[in-house]
Ligand binder design. Sequence first.
Ligand code: GLC
Length: 433
Amino acid sequence: MTTTAKSPKDALDKISEEFAFNTKDVKEFISLFHLEMARGLEGGQSSLKMIDSFARRPSGSELGTYLALDLGGTNFRVMAVNLRGKGEIHVGATSRYSIPKDIITGKGEDLFNFIASKLGAFIESGKLAKDKTYALGFTFSFPVKQTGIKSGTLIAWTKGFSAEGVVGKDVVALLEGAMKKQNINCISVEALANDTVGTMIAKCYARKDCDIGVILGTGTNACYPESRISGLTVNTEWGNFNKLRQTKFDLVLDDASNNPGLQLFEKAVSGMYLGEIFRLVALSLIDEKLLFASSKLARSAFEVPYSFTSEQMSSLAEGTFDAKSTSLSQMADEDFAVMVSMAKIISTRSARLAAAAVASLALWQDPKMLQKHVVAVDGSLYEKYPGYKQEMTRLIGEVLGGHAGNISFELTKDGSGTGAAVIAAVAASEHAT
Ligand code: GLC
């Protein structure tokens, strides 16, 4: 891969052009997004799965302590969540566990046994009152074909997971089976939710005008309430949207991934992939002697796939980048400046694509943009990447002009977990009546 540029500046101009996503592209993007949404909702061929989540909106007065099990990346958490009514949520005891790589890519049975064992450890740790049964909301942040509020089959793994024997199976049944084997009897799984749905519902507990939930972290996805069908929340699985222009770097990344042709939007936007795009751009500039021209070791610092991360890009943008983290002990000022520009180009495209997709969901619900739309967002890209939120807001302004103020983004930290507890509370109260 080369840029055929003559100087670093020329190369950056070319890369910037390749990654550009201008106002005209955005308009086309929104039309294509709407077409795919319509097809997905009709059950036709579409890159947007548009999955019914079965989750009902809360009244805000649900009360009590619920458990949440939040699995969506290499870490998972168990949380005790206290709903206090009047929209107030208190997060109590929380434990975080990291899942070893061999479990993520090993056997499904081992994955669920591992999760159940940590759930057991959480109960044994004395963090919960004894002799009670707890309702649990299970956040499982992968594409799941939900068949009910507490059942659903995995369609495909995303975000590098590949545990065998789970695709096509009911993930709640797998969790319950593993819990049973470990004699965990004081928990009843009441709800299964995607993290986007959890995030939106967590915000809805306090605010009735929240009608979009977005995750911008390791992966990316969004949900919204589909009034045209059932009023129930639809998990779009927008990470798989595929009507977007790919650069040569995107093509190489996709080709080498464990799910080629899939999750193309996610591969251009989310935290798991931004560092890898950066690495591929860096390698092409190194090979053209436009970056680190004076260092023989530079290439080896970028040779290992996925060794450069979105966190490192973030620190480049912040000015806290540590050259040693790339095994390049020092870096010339010019090289540093090129790396900062590369990070800016790649993260700007990500933020603009994400904002265009948010605008698509708002316009779908309200074509004239006459109402307020609160967008609940969680994920480290949105929360922590310098300038990311601002870039998203800028794009919303370009597309919606005078109506842009009707969209407001609200960081909804831990929403994926707390929202699952709210969904479990709503579901448990429905069973009780
Ligand atoms: C991936 C998953 C999706 C999840 C998103 C954010 O795109 O397929 O279900 O919501 O990551 O975690």
